[in-house]
Design a protein around this ligand. Sequence first.
Ligand code: NAG
Ligand code: NAG
Ligand code: NAG
Ligand code: NAG
Ligand code: NAG
Length: 379
Amino acid sequence: MILSYLTPYIFLGAAWAKILYAGVNESGGEFGVFSSTGTVGTGLPGEFGVNYAFINKSTVDIFVDQEKINFFRVTFLMERMCPLAFGLGSKFNETYFAEYADAINYITLEKGAYALIDPHNYMRYNDPSSQPFSGSVIGNTSDPTAATTQQFEQFWHEIALRFVRNPNVVFGINNEPHDMPTELLLQNNQAAINGIRSAGAHQLILAPGNGFTGGHAWTQVSGDNDAPSSDFLNKLVDPIRNTAMDVHEYLDIDFSGSHAECTQPGPSNLANLTTWLRENNLKAVLSEFGGGNNENCFEEVDTLVKYLAANDEWIGWSIWAAGPIWGPNSPCCGPDTGSLEPGQVNDLGEPDAFTTVWANAIRPNIPKNLKKSGISSLQ
Ligand SMILES: *[C@@H]1O[C@H](CO)[C@@H](O)[C@H](O)[C@H]1NC(C)=O
Ligand SMILES: *[C@@H]1O[C@H](CO)[C@@H](O)[C@H](O)[C@H]1NC(C)=O
Ligand SMILES: *[C@@H]1O[C@H](CO)[C@@H](O)[C@H](O)[C@H]1NC(C)=O
Ligand SMILES: *[C@@H]1O[C@H](CO)[C@@H](O)[C@H](O)[C@H]1NC(C)=O
Ligand SMILES: CC(=O)N[C@H]1CO[C@H](CO)[C@@H](O)[C@@H]1O
């Protein structure tokens, strides 16, 4: 077990709930690699500011200074951090790392917010051309081209060493693992925790589940009969008990975030996971969710965020997605939504989701008492 409080929580409900982290995904660092023909190597290494970019410092200022959020999930691509010629491990592309570290340091050291380090790789490494389905599953011993679990541990050890003195980072082990044995996911998550802690880093770690880390499916089988995340993830061991679950939940029909209608109710779909968290004395962060530019979604997103605030097991959230290079394309939930990046437009040339979804469903729910200082943690 990751957490085991000496005094079990017996008080439930809003009065005791505490959201520590609230914010937005900063997407863009993983961009420019998709190939409809699956051409291996597409978009690698890519050009900074053209194919990929991490943040726009001016919009981070808007989020922190005006919106008063304290949490940014910043994506990157492991094949850029660890080029294929080096392999997954501790040897980085120092140019890419410096660009990424500049974004993380701005958010944390300059603005005083927390930054979730997000390798956006679906627990795969070596071919991001058609993510989320291309590339070898890390630790697949039947695949000679797959990176090993030990390499994954070295990779995380190195990231942790480089941020060991920055209390405001949070380590997100990987984005949306899927279609892999849940036993192997447990093993890889454990390796990442071991790599981070052996570097002397004490910051909060977020461990993802299987099935695209979907909250609704946490206690169900996913993929081709892969065991439920709930069967394994309570077996993780963090020697300093500072690990939480990393959960995603979209509100459209198939939980993909690709439809404009919000027809999946967040609270009832997350109820089984919340019960499991409580039974195992675990906490979770909802690091991706979203809704489209319409009244029904505003209401459903509002209901979801209020549910998180009312349940003590949830300590944070970040909505998908802002980021500097989305342009008018909607990263979530219907074509005319647009991104959450302040100052941009949707595909109709109208103000984007910062003006619609954020204004209607997020801004009213930003807690006033978010964590302001101290090492990232469960409390
Ligand atoms: C490292 O990243 C930079 C910036 O994207 C790129 O120009 C360079 O080619 C990369 N080097 C390797 C070895 O991938
Ligand atoms: C592991 O690799 C083998 C051989 O390439 C492949 O058949 C299998 O589907 C892979 N497993 C996963 C979970 O990707
Ligand atoms: C919650 O778990 C119960 C018991 O396993 C199951 O019957 C129900 O379908 C689950 N609910 C959801 C929304 O997954
Ligand atoms: C960064 O954001 C500011 C504020 O919205 C905007 O004026 C500026 O054009 C943006 N810069 C880039 C490069 O997108
Ligand atoms: C659930 C979801 O929509 N995830 C998407 C997040 O955005 C990246 C692109 O940056 C997609 O690859 C994911 O599918």
